[in-house]
Ligand binder design. Structure first.
Ligand code: MRU
Length: 369
């Protein structure tokens, strides 16, 4: 997708030096566009940990490139199996909720399983990580095509009046290498000339909606309005939301969805107001091994400083200010679970299905044991 007139992905291999992975520094957006270089497993860990890179498909891709960088660290003294499995464990430990991270790291490791030649390991790891990026881009493109039909149908029903879509957090191209999951249908509909407008939840505490979704929609010419997180219910009661589309960090085989904290409340409000609520996700975000989101998905707890402080732009720099008493006690859950019963459907690369085991199984039978 575009920033200014230039096409970007949120992660790529340096064109001049294949030993360098480049990423857009999402901590700096929308105030500064800075590209960061990752040269080691530690660099990748730090980038994921600091949320320089974030979003489920992107941290998966970054993890895969982390394994590639680990293969570049191999020398004649290295115990290869131990080195790679330590790197994998370390990278996976960085963020627990999005399943894409462990999926992509393990998938890359699997491709290296029987290999002992260092140069072949490097080649194979780079090929696997690149393949994951290409696959995720294609998944998002397909999600866009399937989701577009939903927007088209609403537009037709509204006789061309703008379709109002509400989204939460950033399930956009920044989070997904390109196109995005929740945003892919929006970008395709916009490209097709379908009038639409997006309500963008600011998404406290880190404000990925305000900082990232607003930024990328604006850069790509999509009309949007930024709203405080508590506004969605009111808008729905006023019939100002036609459809909600959000992303997912981990979806169970039964259709429970873990997504950014606050998603559940939007689903409840949508359910009460009979507004369609869709989760857009590639199959790399489905954890086919688990059935109960509430019991089986680990919810990341982040630093309470993200709650007690707000980070923004002032006097030419990015700064953080406290918004509560100095000794305030705060807690910071990163995600919540939206139970399948509140979800109208899942928009996947294979099509749209109900959030139910039978339907997910029909779509992804090869993933079920
Ligand atoms: O904590 P983050 O920013 O990495 O959270 C990820 C998200 O933005 C989402 O929850 C998103 O909707 C799923 S990722 C496409």
């Amino acid at each position: 997708m575009k920033i200014g007139n230039q096409d970007y992905q949120s992660i790529w291999i340096d064109g001049n030096d294949p030993e360098v992975v480049r990423v857009i520094d999402q901590q700096k957006l929308p105030f500064f566009l800075e590209i960061k270089e990752l040269r080691s497993v530690d660099d990748v860990y730090d980038a994921i940990d600091s949320m320089t890179v974030r979003g489920a498909p992107l941290i998966g891709a970054a993890g895969a490139f982390g394994i590639y960088l680990a293969t570049l660290e191999i020398n004649s003294q290295t115990n290869i199996r131990e080195h790679l499995s330590n790197a994998a464990r370390y990278l996976i430990s960085c963020r627990p909720t999005a399943v894409n991270l462990s999926w992509a790291v393990n998938h890359t490791l699997e491709k290296l399983k029987d290999e002992t030649s260092p140069s072949t390991l490097v080649k194979k790891a780079l090929a696997a990580a690149t393949e994951i990026c290409e696959m995720e881009k294609e998944n998002c493109r397909q999600i866009g095509k399937h989701g577009l039909k939903l927007i088209e149908a609403i537009s037709k029903k509204k006789k061309g009046a703008p379709v109002n879509i509400l989204t939460h957090c950033n399930a956009g191209w920044l989070a997904c290498i390109d196109y995005g999951t929740a945003t892919a249908p929006i970008y395709l509909a916009h490209e097709k000339g379908i009038p639409l407008h997006v309500w963008v939840d600011e998404t406290r505490p880190r404000n990925q909606g305000a900082k990232l979704t607003a930024y990328e929609l604006g850069q790509n010419g999509v009309p949007y309005t930024l709203i405080p997180d508590n506004t969605g219910g009111h808008l729905m009661q006023q019939k100002l939301v036609d459809i909600v589309i959000v992303g997912s960090d981990r979806t169970t085989r039964t259709g429970d969805v873990a997504n950014k904290i606050g998603t559940y409340l939007k689903a409840l409000a949508a359910f009460d107001n009979k507004i369609p609520f869709y989760c857009a996700l590639p199959s790399s975000s489905i954890d086919f091994n688990i059935a109960d989101g509430m019991r089986e998905i680990t919810i990341e707890e982040r630093n309470p400083d993200e709650v007690t402080n707000v980070t923004g732009f002032g006097e030419g720099e990015i700064r953080s200010v406290r918004i509560c008493p100095e000794d305030a006690v705060a807690v910071n859950y990163g995600f919540d679970i939206t139970p399948a019963r509140l979800i109208t459907g899942l928009i996947t690369e294979k099509g749209i299905c109900r959030a139910a085991e039978k339907d997910i199984k029909a779509m992804f039978s090869y993933k079920f044991n």
